[in-house]
Design a protein around this ligand. Structure first.
Ligand code: PGA
Length: 245
């Protein structure tokens, strides 16, 4: 794992955006693994700026997102499909048919998960996978549990995640309790993995992810075993590691 410390969130977003821009420029039909949450918003804004300046072409790009809430339609403003449209897809020249987010409304979630893995497989896997990290160490919605789930699957969200997500919903009752998420196996198969974390609240889990034991209790710790995993943090998210030096 390689750690890249930026002075603040804005600088971190610029660095990660440069990496994604380079990927798209070198391979226009790249498969980008994308993430939602508050952390990547600034990175997507940087990509949109590069596109508007004429420096980036998304016409051949293909994308697969990590996860989606169960029970939210794509036009619900809290769904991850909506997030992606709003923060990136509607703002660049990507062909929406080339963008993939699990369908949280699928009548048969198991079939949807199997079909999603097929989509990833049919595209030849992910070239570069963007990840945020939950306060509990989740990547995608792979929550701490007794094992590393391999494939896309239906997951019951933990109390920690439900509480963290509640800030986006009017009432606690509206916060989804389940999600479909890409598995750890698919994430680990990505050629390059880029994890972003910002702020003091992520400092301890970043330390545990990078320097604690590899354990499914900290799902992101598995990235220690990935051959090309980059961890981008700002100074606040770096603060626990810095204090241990
Ligand atoms: P956040 O979420 O970027 O909103 O902190 C990250 C995550 O839960 O993966």
């Amino acid at each position: 794992m390689k750690l890249i410390v930026s002075k603040d969130y804005a600088e971190m977003c610029q660095k990660v955006a440069r990496l994604f821009a380079a990927q798209i420029t070198l391979k226009p039909a790249s498969v980008l693994g994308l993430a939602t949450g508050s952390t990547p918003v600034g990175m997507y804004a940087e990509l949109v700026t590069k596109y508007k300046e004429g420096r980036l072409d998304f016409s051949a790009v293909r994308t697969v997102n990590l996860d989606e809430y169960v029970g939210l339609t794509g036009d619900n403003d809290q769904s991850y499909r909506y997030f992606m449209n709003h923060n990136l897809f509607d703002l660049v020249n990507i062909d929406k048919a080339n963008t993939h987010v699990p369908n949280g409304m699928a009548a048969d979630p198991a079939a949807e998960c199997a079909a999603y893995d097929q989509v990833v497989e049919s595209m030849g896997g992910v070239d570069i996978q963007l990840l945020g990290i939950g306060n509990n160490g989740h990547i995608g919605f792979n929550e701490p549990c007794g094992h590393f789930p391999v494939d896309t699957h239906l997951v019951d969200l933990t109390e920690s995640t439900i509480t963290a997500n509640a800030r986006f919903f009017a009432t606690m009752d509206e916060v989804p309790r389940q999600a479909l998420t890409m598995g750890i196996g698919t994430i680990m198969k990505a050629k390059k993995v880029v994890l972003m974390a910002s702020g003091k609240a992520k400092a301890q889990i970043i330390r545990d992810t990078m320097f604690g034991p590899v354990t499914p209790n900290v799902p992101a710790s598995v990235l220690q075993l990935h051959p090309d995993a980059l961890v981008f943090v700002d100074e606040e998210a770096y603060s626990v590691i810095a204090a241990e030096k």
